[in-house]
Each structure stands twice: as C-alpha cells, then as structure tokens.
Ligand binder design. Structure first.
Ligand code: C2O
Ligand code: CU
Length: 570
C-alpha cells in the first residue's frame, strides 16, 4: 500500500505541468470503400482510420469510448504505450478489462511518457481486422529539443484489407476443418487502397487497368506533397492483420531513425521491411529531379503475395500532382528471401545513450511456437498450450485473488529439447489453456521464442511477437534450435534495440530481455490477427502486490462482477 502511494505521488508531480487531452469516441460500423469496394468498416466518430491522437511526452490521454456496435463488445489497445501505473487501461479484452458492452462507455486514462510513433487498435476478437485502428503520435515535450532534424512530417498507417466480413473470417478460422482467410485483397495506406487496378498501369509490364479515382473518393490515395531540398520525417506503422510489408520510395534513400518509439542508430536503406505491430520513422531528403513525381510502393513479403502493391505518389510541389512518374514503381524484394529480411532486422541498433540491458537474467522462458490440431481444430500453441482467455480478465482475478478466475498452474517454461523443429509435429494434438507466467517485481526476464515447422509440408512462418506494458531488448536472432549455454554467447549486450515487437523468422529463434518493472498483467502474442485468434499468445504477470486501484468499470464481467456486487453489498 505504502509503495503504491509513492508511485501515485510521483506520477502526479511528474504530470503536473502536462496537458490532459480528452476525447469522446463512438465506435460503430459504417459502409466504407477502403479499396473502392464497399464493405462494413469499424469507424471511430465516423472516421476510418480513426482520428489521430497527437500528444507530447508527459501528456495524459483520456478517451471516453462508447460502444455503438449493436451486437459486439469492444476494447481499444494503445499499442506501444507502457501504461505505467494504469495497467487496467491497456485495453486487452480478457486480460486487463472486460469488453465494453453495446451502449456502454468506458474511460481510458493513461500517460504517454516518451516521444514516439504508435497506434491504437481494437483488441477483442478480430476487430483490428475490421478496421478499428488509428495513429497515436507523441512528440517531445515542450521546451525539449527533438534530436532529429526535419522540415516536415507525414504519417503513414499501413494495413491490409479483406472483402470477406470479419465474423465470417472468424467463423472460418474456428471451423473444422479450418477455412483459412487467404491473402488480403488490398494493402491500405492511411485506410486507402487500390483493388484490381494500378496507379502504374501506363507501364507496359502492368497487367491491371489504370485506377479511376475521383477527388474525395474514400479510396483515392493521399499524395505526399513535398518541396525540393528538404528533409521529411515519415512515420510508418503497420497494423496489418497478416501481411509483412516492404515500403520503398522511388529514387530516394530512407534513413531509419526510430523503431517502436525508440531512437536507433540511423542507417540508410533503399527500402524498409515493416511487420505487423512495428513502427518506424524514416528521414527522406527531396534531392531528386523536382520536375518529376515518384512512386511510393508498399508490397507484401514473407508470404507468397497475392495482393497488388499499394501505391501512392511523392509529389514535388514544383510539378503538378496529377503528373504520373516516368518510370515503374520500385519492385518489392522477393517474398521468400528471408536472409535479406533477417539482414534488415540485424541492422537495427539502439541509439547512443539508450539504456543497455542488465548483463544477466534471473528468469527464462523458452517458448516453442507450433501449429496444432486439437480435436480436428487448427490452433497455434506455445509450449503445447493454445491460449483461450478466461471470462474473468486476469488483472481483476489477480488483484482480488479470485482463485477460480483462471488455472493457477503455470504453463510449461520450456519444451522438450528433443522436439524436431524441422518437421511437422509428430503428435499435433495438444490442449487449450489459460494459465499465465507470474514473475516477481523488478527481475530480468529472458524470453526465447522458438519457431518450428507447421502442421503440413515444409513450411515455417514468420511471427511478429508483441509485448504489452514493456519495451524489451532484442538480444539476437539465430537459425535452428536455440542451444542453451551456447547461443547466449552470440547476444548483443552492447547496443541491442529496445522494441515492443520482434520478429521470429522461419525455423529460427529470437532472444528478448526485459525487466519486470511494470506491475500488471501483460499480453505477449503473435501480432498476426488470425494466429492470435487461434491461440498464439501467452500472458505475463508481474509485481502483483503493487497493482493499484482498478476502476470498477473494467471489471463488470465474470467473477469480478460477482465480487464487486458482494463488496458493494457489505
Ligand atoms: Cu497491437 Cu496485443 O496488440
Ligand atoms: Cu503468428
């Protein structure tokens, strides 16, 4: 109790001078044409994507979120925000709160501590796939100097879009046999894409007709209007349901300077890989012929693409915006050149002066990722447990010690080291479960995620793993099976990047380290929406006796609802 008060006082004094930004949001479906084809899209205040939250470090964000959906619950997760002291506001249904019922309003209140490019999205069922997302951008605090130098900025939120409605996608994934959702119909840039047409149809190798947009169409691409000889910051974030993306700007170099809200050692590249859950900032200098315009292309990597590149235009204001570029758009690098993908990830180092990781870990998990067949249903499992979140959110269960809220036995901390990751699982049947990993407060935890072969064929997929409540250091990547006692020697302990999302490459492992300094319950899961839907996640809990007050409105379901009713009666 005493410690909690110290935390509260510290938070209050810290934010005393900061701004409170307060929003009223209503979420509802609207007919929309993200790629010129009409579908039902989840909107915030009638907008798709939802409104951008623009804040400065230290601000408090208050969102009164009203669920205007008629038949579905709702939550919103603030992806990349640590929620220090406000774990109940993390917005993960079943983990930190109950889904908000139709007609009800829930208030999120949290502080954005440091500058960075983030986003928010639905985190109940597959509502992110349904279009429930938007940008959350935090600038340096007033009076503080931004260390990056640029003359202007753009914000590109990348996503993928299916024509099949989300309830039907969810049903397919949980049917027996499973019906896979297939590749996206379109890639969207700020919610705008091109289906079955191309902005580059004038080139002889194009197989699609020219797109015909009218000014003001919902699917008309936003052009980036730039002046010659300036430097622009382009903020990129990917909230895709499935696709791994690669972005390039014709004729221009990109200098990568930020990853997941952390400054990194700048490096120059022709194109950038971006996976679901990641964000970056790149600097682009407009040093090319100002009498031309240039394509910005976003294509699919990591899975055999069956989706047309999304295109928009970098428009030098010295040239009419309607003038199309004179050469074809950049070609997306080969989808299965995983060496190239890994090499890109390995170029990312923290910026000078960033906190370095503790030299040793206290606790370690080795998490095997497998695709399984549980009684004929296709699932993803971690150390043989496929996650099903309980009816009572974990945060309420641990706060009020409700023993029946979930299985108190920890899931396995490792897997059988003789498991053959190069072949389909010999015994694909396994179990579903809702156990969690509980850590003491303020210890260093290592998590090794280990990839393996899927159910059938010679395939291992890419999984972008995202952790709530923390940034972690990415200590290293390796091929094959992680060898305890040996592979630790390859770790980068000098300048590993701090991130909230890390990529697990086919047949490989990725090593992460974080400190359990944020009392709460935190989701750690694959950011591919269908994979999470099929159980690809685990839950970490830490500092349980330091969790502060949880607003009752986060707990109006399952056993916590009963608990609150009894408490209020007494
Ligand atoms: Cu952006 Cu739990 O996810
Ligand atoms: Cu996955």
């Amino acid at each position: 109790m005493g410690v909690w008060w110290i935390v509260v006082v510290a938070v209050l004094t810290h934010t005393a001078s900061a701004t409170v930004r307060e929003y009223d949001w209503e979420v509802e479906y609207k007919f929309w044409q993200p790629d010129c084809i009409e579908g039902a899209v989840m909107t915030v205040n009638g907008q798709f994507p939802g409104p951008t939250i623009q804040a400065v470090a230290g601000d408090t964000i208050v969102v009164h979120l009203t669920n205007k959906l008629t038949t579905e619950g709702l939550v919103i997760h603030w992806h990349g925000i640590r929620q220090l002291g406000s774990p109940w506001a993390d917005g993960a249904a079943g983990v930190t709160q109950c889904a908000i019922n139709p007609g009800e309003t829930f208030t999120y209140k949290f502080t954005v501590e440091k500058p960075g490019t983030h986003f928010y999205h639905g985190h109940y069922g597959m509502q992110r796939s349904a279009g429930l997302y938007g940008s959350l951008i935090v600038d340096v605090a007033k009076g503080q100097r931004e260390r990056l130098r640029y003359d202007g900025e753009f914000n590109l939120l990348l996503s993928d879009w299916w024509h099949e409605p989300i309830p039907s996608q969810e049903l397919g994934l949980s049917s027996k046999p499973m019906r896979w959702i297939g590749e996206a119909q379109s890639i969207l840039i700020n919610g705008r894409g091109q289906f079955n047409c191309s902005l580059a149809a004038q080139f002889s190798n194009a197989s699609l007709p020219m797109c015909t947009f009218k000014e003001g169409d919902q699917c008309a691409p936003q052009k980036l209007n730039v002046e010659p000889n300036k430097t622009y910051r382009i903020r990129l974030a990917s909230t895709t349901a499935l696709a791994s993306l690669n972005l390039a700007v014709q004729g221009h170099k990109l200098v990568v300077v930020e990853a997941d809200g952390n400054y990194i050692t700048p490096f120059t590249t022709d194109d950038i890989d971006i996976y679901s859950g990641e964000s970056y900032s790149v600097l682009l200098t407009t040093d090319q012929d100002p009498s031309q315009n240039y394509y910005i292309s976003v294509g699919v990597r990591g899975r055999k693409p069956n989706t047309t590149q999304a295109l928009t235009i970098l428009n030098y204001v010295t040239t009419p915006a309607s003038k199309l570029p004179s050469s074809p758009p950049p070609v997306t690098p080969r989808w299965d050149d995983f060496e190239r993908s890994k090499n890109f990830s390995k170029k990312i180092f923290s910026a000078m002066g960033s906190p370095s990781p503790p030299k040793k870990y206290r606790k370690r998990l080795i998490l095997l990722n497998t695709q399984n067949l549980i009684d004929g249903y296709t699932k993803w499992a971690i150390n043989n447990v496929s996650l099903v979140t309980p009816a009572t959110p974990y945060l309420g269960s641990v706060k009020y010690n409700l023993k029946l809220g979930f299985n108190r036995k920890s899931p396995p901390r490792s897997y059988r080291m003789d498991y053959d990751i190069m072949n389909p699982p010999p015994f694909p049947n396994t179990t579903t479960g809702n156990g969690i990993y509980v850590f003491p407060f303020n210890v260093t935890v290592d998590v090794i995620i280990q990839n393996a072969n899927v159910l059938k064929g010679v395939v291992s997929e890419i999984h972008p793993w995202h952790l709530h409540g923390h940034d972690f250091w990415v200590l290293g990547y390796g091929d094959g099976k992680f060898k305890p006692g040996i592979d630790e020697k390859t770790y980068n302990l000098k300048n590993p990047p701090l991130r909230n999302t890390a990529i697990l490459y086919p047949y490989g492992w990725t090593a992460l380290r974080f400190v359990t300094d944020n009392p709460g319950v935190w989701f750690f899961h694959c950011h591919i929406e269908p994979h999470l839907h099929m159980g690809m996640g685990v839950v970490f809990a830490e500092g349980l006796n330091r969790i502060g007050k949880i607003p009752d409105e986060a707990l109006g379901c399952g056993l916590t609802k009963q608990f609150l009713m009894n408490r209020n009666r007494n």
